[in-house]
Design a protein around this ligand. Structure first.
Ligand code: HEC
Ligand code: HEC
Length: 240
């Protein structure tokens, strides 16, 4: 009894310190999300800061009209990685660059926690989906184009493109202008933040029509509702 109590003693001080710094506090995760929400709404208060919601909306639905991506429910890891990529210049994103440059590491963690925690329905795309492109896109997404050494997209992006946390983003329900632009960006090597150049190789080997087709297919699906949960049966089908 006495021996175990003295064995515990060395732990008391560090635990006390962590508690007093708020690192172990149960409210910590909530505070981070709240701070992230504030940045999404108002920016971080430094000169030149811009609220994320001006382009991504407060709940992360994005703006299909200007090709701004939906980011609701992407993982914290992925969101942080993309912002750091924009800051480092490995991800070509001129509109975003000016916005994220003055974010601190903590701001980035906070805003990533906010957007990872929210869910929002898909916003209408700019134009109706072309059924023949959707059908071609679906074949490529599910089976790949092995003659061209293009694997099925779902191998890395999960069933129907719902994402495989934490590194592989969801692409189902993303807006089509954005998906197509990213594929072009990877193909022509402007976006170079993908591990081992995996996406660059794939995007380059697809023809422009095939890039359009996968963009139409994934955009025509509903976004993933919540981590690990199946879609409601009514929204399973692509609704062109
Ligand atoms: C002025 C408009 C604008 C503002 C403000 C803005 N973004 Fe963006 N964001 C964009 C655009 C456009 C893209 C797509 C960039 C590209 O074309 O590669 C993007 C891309 C992203 C991505 C990558 C999404 C993905 O699926 O890979 C993340 C994450 C992101 N923004 C987060 C943020 C956060 C967090 C803020 C606020 C601190 C913010 N953005 C503010 C326009 C904006
Ligand atoms: C070998 C794995 C792999 C395969 C196969 C793959 N991807 Fe990706 N893809 C990735 C990774 C990893 C990323 C994230 C890169 C990063 O971290 O910026 C990505 C990112 C993307 C993005 C950008 C998402 C965003 O929110 O910005 C799109 C669009 C995309 N992939 C489409 C496709 C399509 C379409 C296919 C099939 C033709 C495909 N991918 C096949 C690994 C893969």
């Amino acid at each position: 009894m006495d021996r175990s109590r003295s064995a515990m003693r060395p732990l008391v001080l560090p635990i006390f310190l962590l508690l007093s710094l708020g690192i172990f506090s149960p409210a910590h995760a909530g505070n981070l999300i709240e701070r992230g929400k504030k940045i999404a709404q108002e920016g971080n208060g430094l000169p030149g800061s811009t609220a994320c919601m001006e382009c991504h909306r407060l709940h992360g639905g994005g703006m299909p009209l200007i090709g701004s991506p939906r980011i609701a429910g992407q993982t914290k890891t992925y969101i942080e990685h993309e912002i750091l990529g924009v800051k480092a210049g490995t991800r070509y994103a001129p509109i975003m660059a000016g916005v994220v440059n003055n974010l601190s590491q903590k701001d980035i963690r906070a805003v990533a926690a906010w957007y990872a925690s929210v869910r929002t329905p898909k916003l209408p795309d700019v134009s109706p989906y072309d059924p023949s492109l959707v059908a071609l896109g679906k074949r490529i997404a599910l089976k790949g184009r092995w003659k061209k050494n293009v694997p099925a997209c779902v191998l890395c992006h999960g069933p129907e493109g719902r994402g495989i946390p934490p590194h592989f983003p969801y692409i189902k329900g993303q807006n089509k202008g954005y998906i197509l632009r990213q594929l072009i960006s990877f193909a022509f090597l402007k976006r170079a933040d993908d591990p081992q150049g995996l996406m660059r190789g794939i995007a380059r080997r697809l023809s422009q029509k095939e890039r359009q087709a996968v963009a139409e297919y994934f955009a025509s699906l509903p976004p993933p509702p919540a981590d690990g949960q199946p879609d409601p049966p009514s929204s399973r089908k692509a609704s062109p």
